[in-house]
Design a binder for this molecule. Sequence first.
Ligand code: NAD
Length: 483
Amino acid sequence: MNDETVKAGLVVLGAGPGGYAAAFRAADMGLAVTLVDLEAHPGGVCLHRGCIPSKALLHVAGLLRETRTAETMGLRFGPPEIDLARLRDWKDAVVNRLTGALGDLRTKRGIAHFRGRGRLTGPRSLDVALVDGGRRTLTFDHAILATGSRPADIPNVTIDSPRVMDSTRALALEEIPARLLIIGGGVIGLELGSVYAALGSRVTVVEATPGLLPGADRDLVRVVARALGERIPEIHLETRVDALEVRGEGLVAHLRDKAGVPRQVDFDRALVAVGRRPNSDALGLEAAGVTTDARGLVTVDGQLRTSQPHIFAIGDLTPGPMLAHKASHQARVAVEAIAGQKSHFEPNAIPAVCYTDPELAWAGLTETAARERNIPCKAVRFPWAASGRAQALERPEGLTKLVVDPASERILGLGLVGRGAGDLIAEGVLAMEMGATVRDLAETIHPHPTLSETLMEAAEVFYGHCAHYYTPKRAGDPKPPIP
Ligand code: NAD
């Protein structure tokens, strides 16, 4: 049946971690929901082509590295044999298990599903071009736009060659190039650079700014940079790519350093990881009367309502960090607002994690931002070399850091670098959400021996009272929590 009109209560456009979370939540609250997405199963970029496949590959990279470092502990392994086809199948199987399970959860919840590309044709209507032909017009009372983002291009460098990859292509693991150029020393560049380096590529990272991972504190980034420096032989900061040229079987990169000195370097493949941009341009936003800012991000209020109050936008389409967990949290707020509740999106902290080895995680106010904005703060650090568990794991390079308001002793921000930092940060995020003080953290009994103790011990450093890490006393130090 073609050109059928379907009346829907709530339409959710896009089934990534924002869209499927919204649809599932709305169905659980008793709303009639229709989910529209190009894929057969929910999951979006995160599950199909992002967070999950990259974490599977990073796990393999970690295994490879551990077999090498095990020699220190008296264990010697032979060189690994990498079966690329099998590795690819395993990674795809992980993804398919998860997306298939989400498909089942969608069915169990009775959520209607149209597989196709949706475009708003007015404030209350959505045209869906179905993947297998035909169209549907959905009319709705409410809509949630959750179409995410896509990789950005490098300005002035246009090239159409399978040798120049975006993150999707890099995750497909078509081959392990001998020489790989990574343009962009952000999260994607360093995560995927780590994977390819572990699998045998000689990786070169080119980053335009003076440091890797802009946004995180430099003392934490230094630990990652030092570790990556051992696996990624060339990391060039303040360097730009003027042009990429396909020559024979390879690529020639025209690089320019900060002094303006140009040079040409040969590579087999390149990965462009210079950020992402919102998928807002082909949504029919104008027809619906939904406004965007200059960067194409959809303008929303505290409840995620767009300029049309019955249409909501969440996730990478909206201002703020482009992170799956931000999208899922916004999904809850938008659905509750549709259900008439007074929910608002007002997190104290959104954690960011770079899943390299060591991992780097940070949330809330960074020390750098506090200094730039003249916000009074005291930053305290607990080095993992003083942690029994980190030593037993042969991972003493980590660091746990708290950024504290010296007057109220509230935790304003925290950062961790080290093995499993992405998991460890959740405790600090909870502390910030609950308005906890550094004293609360210091007085919470943590299991021993764990890396989680490093949060408690960093809190003790604030009071100059940490058993495993001596800091000389200074006049004006806060009083220790235990009299
Ligand atoms: P990013 O913004 O993290 O990093 C891009 C980097 O490229 C920056 O360091 C930037 O300075 C650099 N750059 C920009 N133009 C350049 C140029 N012409 N030459 C050289 N360097 C250049 O972006 P990303 O790594 O592409 O990731 C995109 C988004 O996806 C981010 O918002 C990120 O948070 C999100 N993401 C998150 C995770 C995670 O949570 N672990 C993983 C992957 C992606």
